[in-house]
Design a protein. Structure first.
Length: 384
């Protein structure tokens, strides 16, 4: 049993900070939060008024699939041989000893969603994992977590150059619809009473069936406003549980985005405009979306932004008009909610994972260091 006492505590369960807040942890879980907690026999760490937050959550990365410092073509995140590969699993490509996990953990990013890139219309399955552990099995939070889909320039560039579909945005949408209609027909026939008429087992369709049954989130890579709107149409057409990933021009259609009710994972923002569909990239987008009533999370898209700079990105959004608490929510509870893991991570509440970070300054200040990181109630990093 471990008791953190006397912290400036952001539990992310309320609207502000508890000065002199305590967190009691046991068995890898949060037992209680509050003030003046008592736990006879517990190990006590006095925070001496330091800021404390839940471990940060990055809901969209490719960490572990592209090794840091290697060429892009040596990575394992894009199977660019077929535009429809929903049966691929990040589980089979993540390198759990990639040093970027340790760097992320030391910066307070304790949970990430990682998976395939955006070369394919359907790229495969994401997973969620902790950034600390002795093995991938130990680090896993949920697998599979979500299915990756992509709109816009990336599938067009990969396949159009070789004369294959899709070479247009129309074809991208058509390929995606075809895949879902085929999977739905497959599901219906597999459920038929006559075993002789059931189709043979098909791994691609089985993977898509999980999306159609709303068991998996559909993570939809879309930068431009028209791509975002196409993604939303397909979500409604098939009644899917989905999030718009990147959402670079979402601030231009904020009202439509809010009314669509899809999840929004915004970013990366701390980067250049590396392709035409990023021409309206702006760090002001989070503040615009917040004012429009759109709830969102922030991502790094590691390795576009190194994982450890997730709180730096959030801090820059505050500089551009996003309220401080909203920036913290975007890398904690909002991030956990959009990927369906708010029952375990994203805030400090009884029953949730005991992932906690102490800081020597405000969490979103660029000069701040993490002084202590706990994952599952275990001290995994201590700054000396």
């Amino acid at each position: 049993m471990l008791l953190i006492r006397n912290a400036r505590l952001f539990t992310m369960e309320g609207d502000g900070c508890i000065d002199g807040g305590d967190v009691l942890m046991d068995g890898g879980k949060v037992v209680a939060t509050g003030m003046n907690l008592s736990a006879p026999g517990a190990k006590v760490i006095d925070a001496h008024g330091a800021y404390a937050t839940p471990g940060f959550v990055d809901p969209h990365t490719h960490i572990g699939l592209w090794a840091d410092g290697e060429r892009d073509d040596t990575g394992d995140g894009n199977e660019a041989t077929d535009p429809v590969t929903p049966h691929l699993r990040a589980l089979d490509a993540v390198n759990p000893v990639d040093p970027c996990f340790a760097e992320a953990c030391r910066a307070g990013v304790t949970s990430v969603a990682t998976g395939p890139g955006s070369a394919n219309v359907l790229g495969g399955q994401f997973l969620a994992m902790k950034t600390h552990g002795q093995s991938l099995k130990e680090m896993l939070i949920k697998e599979p977590l979500a299915m990756k889909a992509a709109f816009g320039e990336n599938p067009k560039m990969v396949y159009g150059a070789s004369g294959k579909r899709p070479s247009t945005r129309m074809a991208t949408a058509a390929v995606l619809r075809e895949a879902f209609y085929e999977a739905r027909e497959y599901m219906e026939k597999r459920a038929g009473k006559d075993a002789d008429k059931r189709p043979a087992f098909n791994l691609k369709n089985e993977a898509l069936a999980m999306v159609l049954r709303r068991e998996l989130l559909l993570k939809m890579h879309a930068h431009r406003a028209d791509d975002i709107l196409t993604a939303i149409r397909i979500v409604k057409e098939f009644d899917l549980r989905a999030s718009v990933e990147h959402c670079t021009e979402g601030h231009l259609i904020a009202d439509e985005l809010r009314e669509a009710g899809v999840g929004v994972i915004l970013g990366p923002l701390l980067c250049d405009r590396s392709k035409p569909e990023l021409k309206n990239l702006t760090m002001k987008a989070p503040a615009i979306l917040h004012r429009a009533g759109v709830k969102f999370a922030l991502m790094t898209d590691h390795g576009v932004i190194p994982e450890q700079y997730l709180p730096v990105e959030a801090g820059l959004c505050v500089r551009e008009g996003l309220p401080e608490m909203e920036a913290l929510r975007a890398i904690t509870i909002n991030a956990a909610e959009v990927i369906g893991l708010a029952d375990r991570i994203g805030s400090l509440a009884p029953g949730k994972d005991a992932d906690l970070v102490l800081f020597d300054g405000h969490p979103l200040e660029t000069r701040t260091h993490t002084s202590l990181v706990l994952v599952g109630g275990e001290i995994v990093y201590e700054r000396t």
